[in-house]
Design a protein around this ligand. Structure first.
Ligand SMILES: [Cu+2]
Length: 319
């Protein structure tokens, strides 16, 4: 557990910490996988120790000594052959049994339920739809702790793979072939996930957070997302809103080519985990997205300092 804590520490970013460690599971699904891993490791470790001991014992005990006669030679032993065939078969059957149990627990059937969420993987960010409320967000999946939600995964372009190590198994996201997975966290917390299938330049910066909240807090978050963000008031905010709505931005950001920005200021990260969501980082991103994600699908618009300041002022109000 100490090692687990240390590794969770490694996954920490500037302003948030997130559990990204498969051996510190926070759901029944991930617990089953972690138990199988640790159990198999101990089991195989014991076999390794036994074999190593027997080999060393034989080497030392029966070593050639000066003047010793030739060692006794044995040929053919039915009993031995049966033992070294049956014992490995039995141990493989035991491992297979544990594996089947893990598969059942870590991936319950998904066919007979309606998805709660649809997650669309894009190069290189995640789009999240809440099917029942119509809320759309990006790179941040809020869920109520202790409740399992069914997710349908789609890809907007190439093959991606969804993996939040502390919450469960990986699942491939294949263009034209929606996949489904239950997602659950039985402890309140923030869990880091990432794309686990190489999908191009910025694959490494295709991260997401799963934020498991007490049900009341989750409901409050949902309400906030459903509300219209406040209208711009200061001159900068109004100018920013004008640039945002009247120039090229909405071509992508309202059309799912880029993340929905309606409640951008309520999110913790920018650009799928590449940056913490602070006004300074937002300005730096708008000035030159490629500085943080070379080759990303957000172009550099060579915005003037005034325009950047106005856009930041406006976007920071979008809670
Ligand atoms: Cu990827």
């Amino acid at each position: 557990m100490l090692v687990g804590k240390a590794l969770i520490g490694l996954a920490m970013s500037g302003t948030y910490s997130a559990n990204a460690f498969a051996l510190a599971p926070a759901s029944p699904q991930a617990a089953a996988i972690s138990q199988l891993f640790v159990g198999t490791l101990i089991y195989l470790g014991a076999i390794f120790a036994l074999v190593t001991f027997l080999v060393l014992y034989a080497i030392i005990r029966y070593r050639d000594r000066p003047g010793a006669p030739e060692a006794r030679q044995n040929f053919g032993s039915r009993k031995l052959e049966i033992i070294w065939t049956v014992v490995p078969i039995l141990s493989l059957i035991v491992l297979a049994g544990f594996t089947v149990r893990t598969m059942i627990v870590s991936d319950p059937p998904t066919a007979n339920a309606d998805p709660d969420l649809r997650i669309v993987a894009h190069q290189w960010w995640w789009e999240i739809y809440y099917m029942k409320t119509g809320v759309v967000t990006a790179n941040e999946i809020h869920i109520p702790a202790g409740k399992r939600l069914l997710v349908e995964f789609r890809s907007a372009d190439v093959i991606h793979d969804f993996w939040a190590p502390a919450l469960g198994r990986k699942i491939d996201i294949v263009p034209g072939h929606p996949n489904r997975l239950w997602i659950e966290a039985d402890q309140v917390g923030t869990y880091l996930g990432m794309c686990a299938e190489f999908c191009g330049n910025e694959h490494a910066w295709m991260r997401f957070l799963v934020i498991a909240e007490p049900p009341g807090q989750f409901a409050a978050w949902m309400k906030e997302q459903l509300a219209a963000p406040p209208s711009p008031t200061t001159a900068d905010e109004q100018l920013g809103a004008k640039i945002y709505h009247e120039s090229i931005c909405t071509n992508c950001h309202v059309a799912s080519v880029g993340p929905d920005l309606t409640h951008l200021a309520s999110r913790r990260t920018l650009a799928a985990g590449a940056l913490d969501n602070t006004p300074e980082n937002l300005a730096a991103w708008l000035r030159d997205p490629d500085q943080f994600k070379p080759g990303s699908n957000m172009p550099n618009f060579e915005l003037s300092d005034d325009k950047v300041r106005a856009l930041v002022a406006y976007l920071e109000t979008q809670k």
